[in-house]
Design a protein around this ligand. Structure first.
Ligand code: ADP
Length: 220
């Protein structure tokens, strides 16, 4: 079986993070080459991933044999073993072709990966902690943060956004956010228009700069 490096993703380290990531890629129709040094783990992903192989990813020639240098996208899910994370990542960066995502388990680990030139450093626990903080605080039902200070928040409309067409509420000018979608009780998500009227039991998605989207949902 041959998988194409330009469409498939190589996932190195099939622990909790890499395993979940690889499985989700497969579920959404992406081919995955999985690599792990642990034989039992490799066995358990046999037949689930497109291709899974037991190998030591710190060795550059091994990665080449597996054609990892031809992949456009590679994810390193190795965290606990700092040395393995760094050696694997630096071998991958020598290849030039792949865009590299790598997991960091601490602040310093993340800094080292960034200095090596990793394109995307992922800090699962740190990022999830920040995200959950917004949910725990209450008014937000869901929260997604993008780079460059932009966020989308699922919430309910505060009183000043209710019972009038959105255009008449003036909330965009006043709060610097946009209500992009609405879901009526028992209904489905739909785009808003300037004429959309919101009611207290609607769910809405608000888009805007992080602090503004947050402040708007805390008006509740
Ligand atoms: P998680 O918290 O997501 O489970 P870990 O860092 O504990 O992450 O696990 C990373 C995985 O990477 C483990 O399954 C481990 O066997 C694998 N791994 C560690 N070192 C290497 C290596 N040199 N080559 C390939 N896989 C490795």
């Amino acid at each position: 079986e041959r998988i194409s490096g330009s469409e498939a993703v190589a996932v190195i380290g099939l622990g909790r993070f890499g395993g979940a990531l690889a499985t989700e890629l497969i579920a959404s129709g992406t081919e995955v080459l999985g690599i792990d040094i642990d034989e039992d783990l490799v066995q358990s992903y046999d037949g689930i991933l497109t291709y899974v192989v037991r190998a030591d990813s710190t060795r550059e020639e091994v990665l080449r044999q597996l054609s990892v240098h031809e992949f456009d996208r590679v994810v390193v899910g190795i965290g606990t073993d700092l040395e393995a994370s760094i050696l694997t990542t630096s071998a991958l960066l020598k290849f030039k072709t792949p865009t590299v995502w790598a997991k960091a388990i601490s602040g310093p680990h993340g800094e080292i990966l960034e200095q090596l030139g990793v394109h995307h450093v992922i800090r699962p626990e740190y990022d999830m902690g920040k995200r959950v903080a917004h949910l725990v605080r209450g008014s937000m039902l869901d929260y997604v943060e993008f780079e460059d200070d932009f966020a989308m928040v699922k919430t309910h409309p505060p009183e000043e956004a209710q019972n009038r067409p959105l255009v008449a509420t003036g909330i965009r000018a006043k709060h610097g956010i946009t209500v992009v979608a609405v879901k009526r009780k028992g209904g489905i998500w739909d785009y808003t228009t300037p004429q959309t009227v919101l009611y207290s039991d609607d769910e809405i998605i608000v888009a805007g700069p992080k602090s503004k989207a947050e402040r708007f949902s805390s008006l509740l």
